[in-house]
Unconditional design. Structure first.
Length: 125
């Protein structure tokens, strides 16, 4: 798998996860865990990741940088979400906490892999 394919895979998986989380909080699937502010935040993060995915096709030479920026934005947003859970402002269900911890792990993994792909590519050149 090339650097571009790997970064695009992370971006697409992360984007879908955030869009689904936003849809859940907006009540699209079922009106159990609705939270408007969480839905907006998760949807924005999902759109940023999708934009990063799209830009990686337009500027494929910059895929690594695009991936790092989009995933860093998403990780920061996820940390804000975890903070809101901790202080009691955001939704506090077990599912919310599990999602935030799981997606943060995926984002950190994506950031590390993206950063390391760039290093191995630079070392080969």
């Amino acid at each position: 798998m090339t650097t571009q394919q790997t970064v695009r895979a992370f971006l697409s998986i992360e984007a879908v996860a955030f869009i689904i989380a936003g849809a859940i909080h907006s009540g699209i699937f079922v009106a159990i865990d609705t939270h408007y502010q969480a839905a907006v935040a998760e949807s924005i993060i999902g759109v940023v990741l999708l934009i990063g995915f799209g830009l990686s096709w337009i500027w494929s030479a910059q895929t690594r940088l695009i991936g790092l920026l989009a995933q860093a934005f998403a990780a920061l947003g996820t940390l804000v979400g975890l903070f809101t859970i901790a202080v009691g402002v955001g939704p506090r269900s077990v599912g919310d906490l599990a999602f935030h911890l799981a997606i943060l792990a995926v984002l950190v993994c994506g950031l590390v892999v993206t950063a390391m792909l760039g290093r191995s590519y630079s070392a080969q050149a």
